[in-house]
Design a protein around this ligand. Sequence first.
Ligand code: URP
Ligand code: ZN
Ligand code: ZN
Length: 460
Amino acid sequence: MRYLLLSGGQVVNSGGTVRADVLVRDGKVEAIGDLAGLPITDVRREDCTGRFLLPGGVDVHTHIDSPMMGTTTADDFASGTRAAACGGTTTVVDFAMQPPGEKLVSSLQAHRARAEERAVVDYGFHMCVTDLYDGATDEFPEIVESGVTSFKVFMAYRGTLMLHDGDLFEVLRRSSALGGQVCVHAENGDVIDRLAAELVAAGRTGPASHELARPPSTEVEAVQRAIRISRMADAPLYFVHLSTEGAVAAVAEARAREWAVAGETCTHYLTLDRSLYDAPGFEPAKVVLTPPLRTREHRDALWRGLRAGTLGVVSSDHCPFCLTEKQRLGEHDFRAIPNGGPGVEHRMIVMYAEGVRAGRISLEKLVELTATTPARQFGLFPAKGAIVAGADADIVVLDPDGATTISAATQQQRMDYTPYEGWTLPGALEAVYSRGELIARNGEYVGADGRGRFLRRATL
Ligand code: URP
Ligand code: ZN
Ligand code: ZN
């Protein structure tokens, strides 16, 4: 068929919602409006009456097929992006790790090769810098020119991933000179390591200690320090996975001064809380992710931060390790449990239910947080992140009268658990289109293998 016509739905963009038909041709949105009388033939028509049409989700924080903490994340690019597709996410920006002893460009090439011909949604990368060896920053221009316009640095995990402040300063400075931006994992790693060692010495080796070793102040201090360092470097800064009220306050203060500081939080910090660490046995390992889950007071502050515009993005931080793998590595010492959890498949529906249907945010704000702002922030807008003429026809058809039940038994993520097990949520993702192709229907992947395309992202 030459054309696709999605008729009669409510088209939702961050700026407003209109009842309109959407005409798609050659993978792009051709027109939006009252198109019922359009004299076209060779058209596939889909009746979307009573449905919302949302821009395909843009998840700018995933770790797919990624080496981490002595193992590899459980999803490869086939399973991870199928899960994304079924959950209404049509673009991912994944972290390309720099493994120990490896150079940056070759690490990026190796990660890109893992995605090619496997990914089923469109994808880009951030370059993780875990070792600033002599000459590392000389590779930055090639990386940025290849369309990988952001870097990630860790202020925690000394000895494996962490950069010291001087290296953070240098990455900020060199990246900014190229129009790139730096994503920062802000936690005070040295304080955390000391607290963790004390807990182990006291015999508190179980997974619940993960939370105790990473109190809110370890995030807040690192956020404040990173902001100061970014001012010294005169460089923009993007905070990943913020989890605390104090971090939101620090970002708000920086933004009030018109400093180029942006922040994201993640689905799990908005919808789960620290009570999961009180579960018996090894259960808390399911939420050994970093930073840890916090109290409801922090959770409420994150929602306020989103509504106020202090935080602009909700990502999944999809970093999946099966519970069996967490137990194999960390049964006797929580420090060895690989940090992370699944999330790419359920970000959109959980945010719709817990955000929009629970009355915390509007539908337009949902679109802004899950698609428009991430696309803008990371050089993908307007091809991604909006349903407008000329954009890629990445469209999610959401039935507000449907329902979704989440279970490990039925999920696409290659995981033996989900933190949302048994949750039944209002709303159902009925159909997902990527560049005009139907790729998922009612939670099942129906697209072709390996159809995703690498996205060269723009600089700031
Ligand atoms: O728990 C998480 N998030 N795992 C590691 C990757 C990261 O973003 O720090
Ligand atoms: Zn991180
Ligand atoms: Zn992450």
